[in-house]
Design a protein around this ligand. Structure first.
Ligand code: ZN
Length: 151
């Protein structure tokens, strides 16, 4: 672990209300600061900067958790796609955003390009639009429901 990594710190916490599941090598948690139920993040427990640094067991575990989480997100009302992104610019610990793209988002002309959903524009626009300082009641309720069904 480097001297300061907010994700390593999250992993060290014994109680984190946004953590949905901790598997053998991976963590699944709800994205903080955005009021979008089902916006999840999956990350390896070990601090690595990209998937090429993962051991086979870590990679398999991470992929399984990502796949299960994606299926769960797609069961949510109004979600048609799950955008999967990883940047590593602000937080260098590998983490994969699983962003639910909802019907409401594509009804917004500002999220489209030539009548089709523009993924990068939509992602940026709705992250800003839904920014909050604390988890909303609907995010907290969904996290609790997902914990009970173990994703
Ligand atoms: Zn880290």
């Amino acid at each position: 672990m480097p001297t300061s990594c907010s994700l390593c710190e999250r992993i060290q916490l014994s109680e984190d209300p946004l953590v949905i599941r901790r598997s053998s090598h991976s963590l699944l948690y709800h994205m903080p600061g955005i009021d979008l139920p089902g916006y999840l993040v999956v990350a390896p427990l070990r601090h690595v900067e990209h998937a090429g640094m993962l051991e086979d067991a870590e990679l398999a575990d991470l992929a399984r958790l990502q796949a299960t989480a994606t299926k769960t997100i797609l069961e949510l009302s109004g979600v048609r796609r799950v955008y999967t992104l990883s940047f590593g610019e602000v937080l260098p610990h590998l983490h994969i955003h699983l962003f639910p793209r909802t019907d409401v988002m594509v009804d917004d002309p500002g999220s489209l390009h030539e009548g089709v959903a523009d993924g990068p524009r939509l992602f940026d626009r709705w992250r800003k639009r839904l920014a909050i300082s604390a988890p909303s009641a609907q995010v907290a309720e969904l996290v609790e429901r997902m914990k009970k069904r173990s994703v």
